[in-house]
Write a protein that binds this ligand. Structure first.
Ligand SMILES: C[S@@+](CC[C@H](N)C(=O)[O-])C[C@H]1O[C@@H](n2cnc3c(N)ncnc32)[C@H](O)[C@@H]1O
Length: 348
């Protein structure tokens, strides 16, 4: 049996506020040679993905799957390298993942690769993957089958073909999801609910409330999205996400808290800013060197757990974006040092 090469290359470039990785060889070969993935960026067509045809899913797979893989791998690489976090989960032998809007599941594979790198004692991983596109779900199943050949633990994947027309479908979904999850992911899917005006209120807040109720005591939720402006809301997704998730945290009566960005961890109770945070990731694979993605994201968890893994206060100006080579800071942060708001290991 082949085992994963966990010495995957990963570079963190503080100056450019960027993280990068390389698609593992076996995965590269599988998605491009076996599944027929095509690298062909087309922002207009792939702005909305629920109705992708079987052929179009091949382009999604060859172009956007690797980007989601890289974002997730780098985010969890940073989290799992934190001693406080890792010591809380290292005794677990079984972990569970819920992904809302998983598509072909790049973020699930990125998370699995990071777990494989840091947590060799895992015995079983349960995954519940929800999406309305059947072709994408079939590709995810094939990729997980392939992943099983490369790992030492068992993976139990359940796919949920759920197409959300309006909030009543989300309410239904809430009742259908059984149990609680150590990792809850939603990557670049909520923007598609927003663009089609499927949820009458702020969809980030609404979905976060529902998904967060499914977190285990030490569970982590990552909500990540694109950074473009949406005609449906008249503003940029990161600003809308920031408003919605800040509202969710406040309304939760201190049950939940933001972990990343660190600026939100520290200042979210006082914050009233229209804030645009953005992070860049690069992915290299056989069809493209350093393919760039620009995203905004938050990591949240139950307040007690977040406080437990980040007990120390941070002193410094917290970078939330780099624009034209210039650092943009959280306006509430102060201090002599500059710190990345996205690096959990930036504590004093
Ligand atoms: C940009 S893709 C992201 C897929 C995956 N999370 C990733 O990062 O590669 C958005 C996903 O949301 C799903 N989606 C969009 N609107 C949906 C809806 N109304 N109901 C269910 N799924 C939906 C699409 O099918 C698509 O797979």
């Amino acid at each position: 049996m082949l085992f994963l090469d966990v010495s995957m290359e990963k570079k963190y470039d503080t100056n450019s506020f960027m993280d990068s990785t390389v698609l593992p060889d076996w995965l590269d070969s599988y998605i491009f040679k076996e599944l027929g993935g095509i690298y062909s960026p087309d922002y207009i067509r792939y702005e909305y993905n629920l109705d992708l045809s079987k052929e179009e899913v091949k382009t999604y797979l060859g172009t956007y799957f690797p980007r989601s893989y890289a974002e997730s791998f780098c985010i969890f690489d940073n989290l799992l390298s934190n001693g406080n976090y890792f010591s809380e989960i290292q005794l677990k032998r079984e972990l569970s993942i819920l992904d809302f809007g998983c598509g072909t599941g790049g973020e699930i594979i990125g998370l699995l690769m990071a777990l494989t790198k840091y947590h060799p004692d895992i015995e079983n991983i349960n995954i519940l993957a929800l999406d309305g596109n059947h072709y994408a779900l079939r590709r995810l199943e094939s990729i997980i089958d392939q992943f099983r050949l490369h790992c030492q633990y068992s993976i139990n994947l359940i796919v949920g073909p759920i197409a959300v027309s309006d909030s009543s479908d989300i309410e239904l979904m809430k009742d259908v999801i059984q149990g609680s999850f150590d990792y809850i992911l939603s990557f670049k899917a909520i923007c598609e609910l927003i663009s089609k005006k499927r949820i009458p209120e702020n969809a980030y807040k609404y979905i976060a409330e529902i998904l967060a109720s499914k977190l285990t005591e030490k569970g982590i939720m990552v909500i990540l999205d694109v950074t473009v402006k949406s005609p449906a809301i008249g503003t940029f997704y990161p600003i809308y996400m920031n408003n919605g998730l800040r509202e969710f945290v406040k309304k939760s009566n201190n049950s939940f808290k933001t972990l990343i960005p660190l600026s939100c961890y520290r200042y979210e109770r006082a914050c009233t800013q229209e804030c645009f945070s953005q992070r860049l990731f690069k992915i290299t694979h056989s069809r493209k060197q350093n393919d760039l993605s620009k995203v905004s994201y938050r990591i949240l968890g139950r307040k007690n757990f977040v406080e437990l893994i980040m007990p120390k206060l941070l002193i410094g100006e917290l970078i939330i974006q780099v624009k034209n080579g210039e650092n943009i800071y959280c306006p509430l942060s102060k201090g002599v040092r500059c710190l990345s708001s996205f690096d959990i290991n930036n504590s004093n």
